[in-house]
Design a protein around this ligand. Structure first.
Ligand SMILES: O=c1[nH]c(=O)c2[nH]c(=O)[nH]c2[nH]1
Length: 304
């Protein structure tokens, strides 16, 4: 005999771009391009085990809801929209017990013209970097989790990075260095303390107060600033220091995680051409890459 152990369903890759006009100056606009995934959990077992579709809110309806709610409500910041959708789905349908919402926001930024002024409604695509939020909510336990993130912020420093003093054994070929290239695609995640955002309504309120925008700015600025300024002993030490700094700046954040590929740049050996001691020309090695992860929390809080 078999039994359904777990299930969730919904719509993925629901994409929109929303325009916001400044009411006192319609020429002045903002845009938000998003990719939303919304999964529902609850009393749906008979759909799987008895081929009974009665409880299913079609994924097409989930898609329509995301779009209509995106039109009718404020989607800035994405944490607010995630909380709004969670309220909607768990409130409207008795069979929906919990939701998992992921929103990925593209970066469109205004740019200055030759007159030095930022244009009010022209935007430049900033590349693959995204801002993300992940919200889960269970209406019976009232458990809410909220994590936001930066993904694919690609950085490189051409010096100011070291790696030495590591374990050496009969498998070691790596030479220690006090001067190397350091490059990574930053994936940084920060989880809000449930005591700071205990309910969906508190997410809406904190959005009004600017908590999510200011935390994003601090996380991004800290990542870039420490990457640039710190003489890195290792990816491990640098990511820990970044996490510590974000925790220090934002009391509402409980944990900070980083996932950083170490994208290796390897000096070409040009000795075949009589060129000794090449220190300028590197091979951007596509693979393999180091992959380093950490989660940093506050002392005394439970370990994950
Ligand atoms: O910062 C680093 N951490 C490592 O764990 C590691 N391992 C390695 O080969 N190079 C590096 N660099």
């Amino acid at each position: 005999m078999s039994e359904l152990v777990a299930s969730s369903y919904g719509k993925a890759n629901v994409k929109f771009l929303k325009v916001k006009k400044n009411p006192s100056n319609p020429d002045e606009q903002e845009v938000l391009e998003a990719n939303v995934q919304c999964l529902l959990k609850g009393d749906f077992d008979i759909a799987y085990t008895k081929a009974d579709n009665a409880p299913i809110v079609p994924t097409d309806t989930v898609k329509n809801t995301i779009l209509v709610e995106a039109k009718n409500t404020d989607v800035w910041p994405i944490e607010r929209f995630a909380a709004h959708l969670a309220k909607h789905f768990t409130g409207k349908y008795s069979q929906v017990h919990s939701v998992e919402i992921t929103i990925v926001q593209s970066r469109w930024s205004k740019f200055p013209l030759s007159n030095g002024k930022v244009h009010p409604h022209s935007f430049r695509y900033d590349g693959p970097e995204t801002k993300r939020t992940f919200l889960t909510y269970d209406k019976f336990s009232k458990k809410l989790t909220l994590t936001s993130a930066i993904k694919d912020l690609t950085v490189l420093k051409s010096t100011g990075s070291m790696f030495y003093g590591y374990n050496v054994c009969d498998y070691t070929t790596l030479a220690p260095t006090t001067d190397r290239i350091l490059s990574t695609d930053v994936y940084a995640l920060w989880t809000f303390d449930p005591k700071a955002v205990p309910t969906l309504d508190s997410v809406l309120q904190k959005a009004d107060e600017g908590l999510f925008d200011s935390t994003y700015d601090k996380a991004r600025n800290t990542t870039l600033e420490m990457f640039a300024l710190e003489k890195s002993a290792s990816v491990q030490a640098t990511m820990y220091n970044m996490s510590h700094s974000i925790l220090e700046q934002v009391p509402e954040v409980a944990t900070v995680s980083y996932e950083l590929p170490n994208k290796h740049y390897i000096l070409f050996n040009l000795e075949w051409k009589g060129i000794k001691g090449n220190k300028e020309l590197f091979y951007p090695s596509p693979d393999p890459n180091g992959l380093i992860r950490s989660t940093v929390g506050r002392k005394g809080a439970a370990k994950l």
